[in-house]
Design a protein around this ligand. Sequence first.
Ligand code: CP
Length: 337
Amino acid sequence: MQFPGSHILSVSQFERTDVEKIFDVADGMRPFAHRERMTKVLDGAILGNMFFEPSTRTRVSFGCAFNLLGGEVRETTDIKASSLTKGESLYDTGRVMSGYSDIIVMRHPQAGSVAEFSRASRVPVFNAGDGPNEHPSQALLDLYTIKKELVSRDQGIDGMHIAMVGDLKHGRTVHSLSQLISLYKKIRFTLISPKELRMPEDIVEELRKREHQVVETEDMEHGLEANDIVYLTRIQEERFATKLEADIYRGRFRLNQAIYTRYCRPNTVIMHPLPRDSRDDANELDNDLNQHPSLAIFRQTDNGVLVRMALFALTLDVTDQVEKSARAVNWYTERRF
Ligand code: CP
């Protein structure tokens, strides 16, 4: 795909070569994300960071990624604080906001809303989650993490076995991730969910059409066996008509140290897009795995900054200029990586 000036709305836009290009640029962002160096390549540019649904990591990491490239961020964090509540259309909002920004990141509860908004926008728009539909930047950071985790085990993505667990019907991260992984070869997907919360049929059909193996099951213990990656998800309570309906499924599938040790192959990478639901009745990924070396959930969140920096740099066409304004940082950075 042509990155400069493009909207990023769906993983279906990408070929495998596009994904590899994003990952190469993300690798080059590491010294900037780790505060070893700084760049002002986007000095003067403004990101409109428009979140009409709750978010911690996507909103803040997109904002940080833009700041780390030298740009400024303007935010909307609540639909109630926006004129959408006065009946303004997404089209008008898109047209207006694109006059204030050089690029826009948007999250909204309705499937298709970000695409609708982008049709009015005069600047590139990134989909940061449109209801239960898609979450392309999360899929990219997840796959980037998978690649890094597997490389450290002398493996590649082609031929890997991945189990996806939980609310696969409403989970936009698994919708985008499974489709992105399908660009690779001979993947085995084990989809573990209650039968009412299965992966949408059109996605499963597409995976099979691309000659991947897909197993759908409600048997978590058996499904966990012989995987390279286990990717857990939360019951997406906000997509159910009532909390009571979500309660039916909450807590049904849980991974903890004992279950991991008993059923997972040693070194199976443990992933989750976060937030995990740590309340007692849910707890799909237990805190007793927090120190486990194969727990990659906080490597995923760190990698999100690299991947989002890469998306900005490619879309605003500055990848070749990042170095020109780069210099060492002059504050205390001893920490954490
Ligand atoms: N993974 C993810 O989208 O997290 P947030 O909802 O906190 O942005």
